[in-house]
Design a protein around this ligand. Structure first.
Ligand code: NAP
Length: 295
């Protein structure tokens, strides 16, 4: 047996179609959705990632402004976030990490207006998710759900093991899975006997940041495995947290790296931006905020 591959591209394509529909609707109201990405690093990988978001945005008629602030201070970053919060032409804000040394990202993401927090970075967004209120989840966590739903993997009543409890992936993903009635086990670096948990799971999502952590010894036969990890190999390729060669013959489906979750993430960031613009339009219709024409 060889696992069915749960590829990200068809999922991303469906997300792009949803974006196209919403952008067309917004255009009739003279609204152009706009994302602002704050960058304060000369890290090459980060700059490549941000350029790829900007390129994807352009293709989908979503405006994207990259604010390259160099070695900015915490004060400058805070002021920039506040200015973007107040700018009604901006619908989504991303504070890209890493930040200059000594700057605490967690104190800055708190400043992002939750209505514009399209990558679910503000703890308020995670809090809203945990109590079942509408909020933007981090795009990576949402990508996992989009993949599972696209390939019609049932979640209600299923045992899902999530390896990783970061605020970017593991914790918000666990909340999204709970909302879909899965029974969720969250594992982390202090979990004793990881295999005991993962080998009972019908779905296992690995977001540990440890190359090839999950092997055939830790998975149940016929289960579904989603690999979130991304690591650059010595040869410049990408690999994940799952030892794909050993796991693939055993499981029923695998979302691989590369070609899986990462492929969907950028499209979802843009979908969230467009949804934020739609939400803004609806709030302005209800008179909850003002909107100028021609935005
Ligand atoms: P992170 O903040 O470093 O968190 C890693 C989590 O995994 C922590 O909760 C950690 O436990 C747990 N962990 C580490 N080693 C473990 C082990 N041996 N056994 C069980 N749990 C272990 O990483 P992250 O930001 O969540 O990212 C996770 C992975 O996803 C990384 O490879 C990252 O590159 C990738 N990623 C991909 C995308 C995408 O779009 N494709 C986006 C974001 C991240 P403790 O809490 O106990 O330390």
């Amino acid at each position: 047996m060889s696992a069915r591959l749960l590829l990200g591209e068809p999922v991303a394509e469906k997300v792009r179609q949803r974006i196209g529909d919403l952008v067309t609707q917004l255009a009739t109201e003279h609204v152009t959705p706009k994302l602002a990405v704050i960058v304060a690093t000369d890290n090459q990988a980060t700059n490549w990632y941000v350029s790829s978001i900007a390129r994807a945005a352009t293709k989908l008629a979503v405006a994207c402004e990259v604010l390259d602030l160099g070695e900015a201070t915490a004060e400058t970053l805070a002021e920039t976030i506040k200015t973007l919060n107040a700018d009604e032409q901006i619908h989504g804000i991303i504070l890209q990490t890493p930040l200059p040394q000594g700057i605490d990202a967690s104190s800055l993401v708190k400043l992002i207006d939750p209505a514009k927090d399209i990558d679910g970075a503000n703890p308020v967004s995670l809090g809203q998710l945990s109590v079942g209120q509408e909020a933007f989840a981090p795009a990576t966590a949402r990508s996992v759900i989009e993949i599972l739903e696209h390939y019609r993997i049932p979640l209600a009543g299923k045992h899902v093991a999530v390896i990783g409890r970061s605020t970017v992936v593991g914790k918000p993903l666990a909340q999204l899975l709970l909302q879909l009635d899965a029974t969720v086990t969250i594992c982390h670096s202090r979990t004793v006997n990881l295999a005991e948990h993962t080998s009972r799971a019908e779905v296992c999502v690995v977001a540990a940041g440890q190359p090839h952590l999950l092997t055939a010894n830790e998975v149940a036969a016929h289960s579904v495995v989603i690999d979130v990890g991304t690591h650059v190999t010595e040869s410049g390729g990408l690999t994940g947290d799952v030892q794909a060669d050993s796991v693939q013959p055993l499981v029923s489906a695998l979302s691989p790296v590369p070609g899986g979750v990462g492929t969907v993430t950028t499209a979802l960031l843009l979908l969230h931006t467009v949804q934020a613009a739609v939400n803004f339009l609806e709030r302005s219709r209800r008179g909850e905020c003002q909107m100028s024409v021609g935005r």
